[in-house]
Design a protein around this ligand. Structure first.
Ligand SMILES: [Zn+2]
Length: 432
């Protein structure tokens, strides 16, 4: 397919410039001030008054298939991601079966090949069944092209197990990506341990539950000479640990979720399951440290931790609800509205954290707009106001506390690997 995008403001290395973009098959073949339509079957898209951004990369999504298709499928998850402007996503392995062997990962890869609207590179598990007892078949999983190794959803409790995982991953040139949580410190909590949990009379999860495991893992990563990436950092202590480790020359990177940048525990207005996520919304001082950590380069990227659940699993009080919220459809627009529109960040910074840095950190050949690069992009109307409405979600999951919030900058058309993966019906961008 040949696609010509006319008159958009294109995010190039030097910033936004008005350009036409020509796509053939899965590559961008030209970016120039004026490109004329040559072939008659070219799809022409009018991007006047819109910006064209390199497709976002989400290194942390839960697509729930195989095993939990009632929450999400690879089809609905990838459609939701495309609607949010993502062109590449990394599905987490808390599935059934867990991708801990070649056969299990192949099963997931087959569904991805058939159903995913965007590029998807699944993780392999660290331990068999994510149970923390026996190491998964690392070399088999790497051979099939798993993205990295993680037991996301739970922390690896044994230092010895984590050390062995890091040594093996390092030999294979893969990262260990860690959900950090010490089981002995969760204490049955359902939100951050602090003033708000006391007001609501709910059991809290202390910050140290996360940071203590990051501290351990940083030392293990140094000893194993492994690339260690921390999932969804949520506390100021975690930010400090990563900052110090980077200064010490240890190969540590990390991500932060939109909701931890946008909110803190005092924003929890009611005891409702839609405010329950893991890690929880922390203190205002943690939120501030996360924003500053992102700005000073301690935190490398933004990842959504898109975690769909059914209504029954979330439409209840916090102590009973499942952990997690959906996020991929609104991540860019929410962050753009809160941080770019208000003047704190430039659009370039946000694109760096959502496209360029994830590609750089994990050495992927995506994440930028240039001639000969992969045709992964999203077209965004930064001026248009949208009210977040769960009834418009492509995800099966409607679990978000942000229903009815007003945002700007919802993506209108997303192209992944040269194919239109999502198009907003009301946007009328195609000319023929
Ligand atoms: Zn996690």
């Amino acid at each position: 397919m040949t696609i010509l995008i006319k008159n958009g403001q294109v995010m190039l290395e030097q910033g936004l410039v008005q350009r036409d973009v020509l796509i053939k098959e899965d590559k961008i073949v030209n970016i120039a001030p004026h490109i004329e339509q040559i072939e008659c079957d070219t799809v022409v898209i009018d991007a006047s008054h819109k910006v064209i951004l390199p497709g976002f990369i989400d290194v942390h999504v839960h697509w729930r298939e195989p095993g939990f298709e009632y929450k999400e499928t690879i089809k609905t998850g990838s459609t939701a991601a495309a609607r949010g402007g993502f062109t590449t996503a990394m599905p987490m392995p808390n599935l059934n079966p867990v991708p801990d062997t070649k056969e299990n990962l192949q099963k997931q890869l087959n569904i991805i090949a058939q159903d995913s609207l965007i590029r998807a590179i699944p993780y392999g598990a660290i331990t068999k069944g994510e149970l923390g007892e026996d190491l998964a078949d690392f070399s088999d999983l790497a051979e099939l092209g798993c993205f990295a190794f993680t037991d996301d959803g739970r922390g690896v409790q044994s230092a010895g197990m984590m050390y062995e995982a890091m040594q093996q991953a390092s030999k294979l040139g893969k990262a260990v990506v860690a959900h950090c949580e010490d089981n002995s410190l969760i204490l049955g909590g359902c939100m951050h341990e602090g003033k708000r949990s006391h007001q609501l009379g709910l059991q809290g999860i202390p910050s140290v539950c996360e940071s203590v495991q990051i501290a351990r893992d940083i030392l293990l990563a140094e000893a194993a000479n492994c690339h260690y990436h921390v999932c969804h950092v949520s506390t100021k202590e975690s930010v400090r640990l990563v900052r110090d480790a980077k200064r010490a020359g240890i190969h540590v990177t990390c991500e932060v979720c939109p909701h931890h940048l946008l909110c803190n525990d005092m924003d929890i207005t009611e005891n409702h399951g839609n405010w329950k996520m893991n890690p929880p919304l922390r203190d205002f001082s943690d939120q501030k440290a996360l924003i500053e950590g992102l700005e000073d380069g301690t935190i490398d990227m933004i990842a959504t931790d898109h975690a769909p659940h059914t209504l029954e699993e979330k439409n209840c009080c916090m102590s009973k609800a499942a952990f997690g919220i959906v996020g991929c459809e609104t991540a860019f627009a929410q962050l753009y509205t809160a941080f770019v529109k208000t003047g704190r960040w430039s659009l370039k910074q946000l694109v760096d954290w959502m496209s360029i840095k994830p590609a750089q950190v994990f050495q992927l050949p995506y994440g930028k707009l240039a001639i000969q690069s992969c045709a992964d992009l999203t077209i965004v109307d930064l001026e248009k106001e949208t009210v977040i409405d769960i009834d418009t979600f492509k995800s099966k999951g409607k679990n978000t506390p942000f229903h009815k919030r007003v945002v700007y900058g919802m993506p209108e058309l997303t192209i992944s690997r040269g194919k239109i993966a999502y198009q907003e019906e009301s946007a009328c961008l195609q000319n023929n």
